[in-house]
Design a protein around this ligand. Structure first.
Ligand code: C5P
Length: 407
């Protein structure tokens, strides 16, 4: 594969972290390719990386002094450099990223110049793990990678093949050309929603019957949180209005916690005015008790009748109020006549898209890590996506929404 002259990274500010792995030699070629594409490259090495390749080599190729020490000698003010560099970078990548550095980053340690800088970085960070097969597949490394994904790091999986140990398996650093392609794709993706405000709802709502009982549903918020994360990755300012859920807030996302449908309504209406794109993935309760008892209801009677009233339909309200150019995406969870019901919702709620998931399909719906979405657009476009992890389903959904908007 040759990227050569066609790929431009003109004046893009790239931070390259290099760790102590035999694959550190590939960093030299990677720097050459990044420079050839027009990027400015600042290299930071971990102390162990200097055992594999010298700062002189990487500094010469990058045209900038390589940083290694967090506390360089004879540089009284240099200790804040990690903060400035973290802000300077448009994209950071770590290639190769060792098990040790992944563990450091997963725990938030900042005992090396590289870790401290990445902790200060606001830009997308691409990690390219490289290590022996068993080290890569060890549950500790996999758990660290999972945690890092949650923090918003991008992970480029290592390649399969001969390893420095003589074994054959997973753990090879992908070729510099492949890494370069990912860098370019990440920078391009970050520009997609730059300057845009994306509002997302996620999770269930809780309608209190008394202080200890409520009406709710099994939504975990996974789909909405994945959408918020995906929009933030694309450079958007993201407001996430979340019902009760234990999920961690995705990096770079402003979260507003609510409990009831009424609270969700108020938060959404307040932030919808400035939103360019609204993704309503929350499973909002349709009914709430007419009265909430302030003390716990005693179980004296054999039967208890609850008197319920409709909650505000937030999406339908946004459909009525929406301003020109604002894109509205609703979700639908159906058990019967799913397509007819979803199409009817497009019209009734005056939205651009409905993402339909059918509860009776395996792997779709509440509390699973996967989803099988059918996307319906008001102009008649319809596409059923394969069963995908919710993170990927969120990316495809955003791809389609953005394609439709630009064509
Ligand atoms: O009408 P239905 O509940 O099936 O519509 C689902 C869509 O409407 C979802 O996008 C959901 O977030 C939204 N919704 C809402 N307010 C409600 C009920 C649903 O915004 N009260």
């Amino acid at each position: 594969m040759s990227t050569g002259a066609t790929l431009s990274l003109e004046n893009r500010r790239i931070l390259l972290g290099v760790c102590g792995s035999i694959a550190a030699y590939k960093a030299a070629e990677l720097i050459r390719l990044l420079k050839q594409a027009g990027a400015e490259v600042q290299v930071i090495m971990t102390p162990d990386a200097t055992r594999f390749i010298t700062p002189l080599t990487l500094g010469t190729l990058s045209g900038r002094d390589v940083l290694v020490d967090l506390f360089p000698e004879n540089a009284a003010h240099a200790w804040t450099q990690h903060v400035h560099l973290g802000r300077w970078a448009e994209l950071a990548l770590v290639a190769p990223a060792t098990a040790q550095t992944l563990a450091r980053l997963a725990q938030g340690f900042c005992d090396t110049m590289l870790a401290a800088t990445l902790l200060s970085a606001r830009c997308p960070v691409l990690l390219c793990p490289a290590m022996d097969h068993d080290m890569y597949h060890h549950p500790a490394t996999q758990a660290n990678l999972e945690r890092l994904r949650h923090y918003g790091y991008e992970i480029l999986a290592p390649a399969f093949g001969p390893l420095a140990s003589g074994l054959v398996g997973d753990g090879r650093l992908p070729e510099p050309e492949t890494i370069l392609q990912h860098v370019a794709a990440l920078l391009q993706r970050k520009a997609q929603l730059a300057g845009k405000h994306v509002l997302v709802t996620a999770g269930p709502t809780r309608e209190m019957i008394d202080p200890v009982r409520c009406l709710t549903n099994p939504s975990t918020g996974t789909m909405g949180f994945a959408l918020a994360r995906a929009a933030a990755r694309r450079g958007a300012r993201v407001t996430l209005v979340a019902g009760p859920t234990l999920l961690p807030t995705p990096a770079g996302v402003t979260r507003i916690d609510v409990v009831s449908a009424q609270e969700m309504y108020e938060a959404v209406v307040q932030h919808a005015e400035t939103a360019d794109l609204i993704l309503m993935a929350a499973a909002v309760a349709d009914y709430t008790p007419v009265e909430t008892s302030s003390s716990k209801l005693k179980k004296h009677q054999e039967e208890l009748l609850l008197h319920l009233r409709r909650t505000p339909d937030i999406l339908a309200e946004l459909g009525r109020r929406r301003r020109p150019g604002q894109i509205l995406v609703g979700f639908a969870m159906e058990t019967d006549h799913p397509l007819e019901n979803a199409r009817a919702k497009l019209v009734q709620k005056q939205v651009d898209w409905i993402a339909l998931n059918c509860l009776n399909e395996p792997g779709a719906g509440f509390g699973t890590g996967t989803n099988r979405l059918t996307l319906l657009h008001r102009d008649g476009y319809q596409e059923t996506l394969p069963l995908l992890p919710k993170e990927e389903a969120a990316e495809v959904l955003l791809d389609r929404v953005l394609q439709q908007t630009t064509t």
